[in-house]
Design a protein around this ligand. Structure first.
Ligand code: SF4
Length: 396
């Protein structure tokens, strides 16, 4: 129970109005509005569908493997680079099978060059972002899974205009291919002289625009392509892929049943329903305990330790009793299955969405660790260019 005298700031939007449903609750959009679908791309197809496709076009089936090698291993969809394909009709062939999905609108790079944010325009003009970050020994890409988002969290810039549409599997995968292309061209700096890791994306976090589990089918299809062996996919390790959610419980249960051992992250941000109902409106559907039960079941099925994401917001969710309550709820579900990543928010003077004081942050972390819950403050790389993921971005 709360024993502190520190103030309790309630979540509220700043400078924009949250859309509400007939009952006056924040509107949740699970279904994407009907819009023109993006063109079907090579990365939307299964291996057999790719072979069928080239056969339909009168080519031998092995051409599918050559095309996949170009796209998934060499990260190119430029027909000029595909010299092992017959020159006659090559341009038309590639244009039809690998239509451009992402057009670069803008790129922002941090001073040290180790973080790059891409703004992409999709075929219908919708805008999405991805953020590429170099760390010693790994390169992480934060990808978007939807244009806009229907989850309506009051602190989130992405959610303000609701859901524009779901992204296709190929639009999700193509962000990784585009990042790999940029890496190959040496466009991401920050590589240490003793860093001999290859220049390609090694880790993916689904923390860009959108709620990944609200676009479930295409998310899974994209993940399967990411982990498929080259040349039929990107040949990535599932462990290096983090799928995060604000807690769509039935979809977490489905993800568990897929048995793809991705890293699973639950963006909790509050251990009590009273606050979380306001902070994460989807909590009105699935409560904290249900989300934690689903997260624990994910661990049981995959053996993968679950991450709990917790943005520390001054006087809103950073009270010591909340650290204790969180620890208590996690321990009630066993030990060794979870770790907590508190995320310091950007300091935003004058906003209710601002960073917790350093000593409050330290106390929050200390209490969780003391209770036996491994807890580490997360890196907030990318904030300098406003590239921290939507689930952290305070309204500005
Ligand atoms: S925080 Fe995440 S789930 Fe909430 S509105 Fe933003 S993108 Fe959607």
């Amino acid at each position: 129970m709360p024993t502190e005298t520190r103030p309790q700031v309630r979540p509220a939007t700043e400078g924009w109005q949250q859309q509400t449903d007939a009952d006056g609750r924040p509107l949740l959009q699970f279904a994407a509005p009907r819009r023109g679908k993006p063109p079907v791309h090579w990365a939307d197809l299964s291996v057999t569908e790719r072979q069928d496709k080239v056969a339909e076009l009168g080519l031998p089936r092995f051409r599918a493997t050559q095309l996949s090698t170009h796209y998934f291993a060499h990260h190119t969809s430029d027909p000029a680079a595909m010299t092992d394909l017959p020159a006659a009709g090559r341009e038309e062939l590639v244009a039809g099978l690998m239509p451009p999905l992402l057009t670069e609108v803008r790129r922002l790079t941090t001073d040290d060059g180790a973080t790059v944010k891409f703004l992409w325009k999709l075929h219908d003009g919708a805008l999405v972002e991805s953020v590429l970050m170099r760390y010693p020994g790994r390169v992480t890409l934060c990808v978007s899974s939807q244009a806009g988002c229907g989850m309506n969290c009051p602190f989130c810039a992405t959610g303000q205009n609701g859901l524009t549409r779901n992204m296709s599997a190929a639009e999700i995968v193509d962000q990784v291919v585009a990042a790999n292309r940029a890496l190959r061209r040496g466009e991401l700096g920050g590589k240490g002289a003793d860093d001999h890791t290859p220049d390609r994306v090694s880790n993916i976090v689904f923390m860009g625009m959108g709620e990944p589990l609200a676009n479930y089918k295409r998310l899974i299809q994209a993940v399967r392509t990411m982990v498929a062996d080259q040349p039929h996919g990107l040949g990535m390790s599932a462990r290096g892929i983090t799928v995060s959610t604000v807690g769509l419980v039935p979809a977490i249960t489905k993800l568990t049943a897929e048995r793809i051992p991705v890293t699973f992250a639950l963006s909790l941000h509050a251990p009590d329903d009273e606050l979380r109902d306001e902070l994460i409106p989807v909590n009105s559907r699935w409560k904290v305990d249900e989300a934690l039960d689903a997260a624990r079941a994910y661990f049981d099925a995959t053996g993968r330790r679950v991450s709990i994401e917790y943005a520390l917001i001054k006087d809103m969710n950073d009270h010591a009793w909340r650290a204790d309550l969180l620890a208590q709820k996690l321990i009630a579900r066993g030990r060794g299955w979870v770790h907590v990543n508190p995320i310091p928010l950007n300091p935003t003077p004058g906003s209710i969405w601002t960073a917790s004081e350093p000593e409050v942050t330290a106390e929050f972390v200390r209490r969780l660790n003391a209770a036996g819950i491994p807890t580490t403050l997360r890196d907030t790389r990318g904030q300098e260019i406003d590239g921290a993921c939507g689930q952290l971005a305070a309204a500005d």
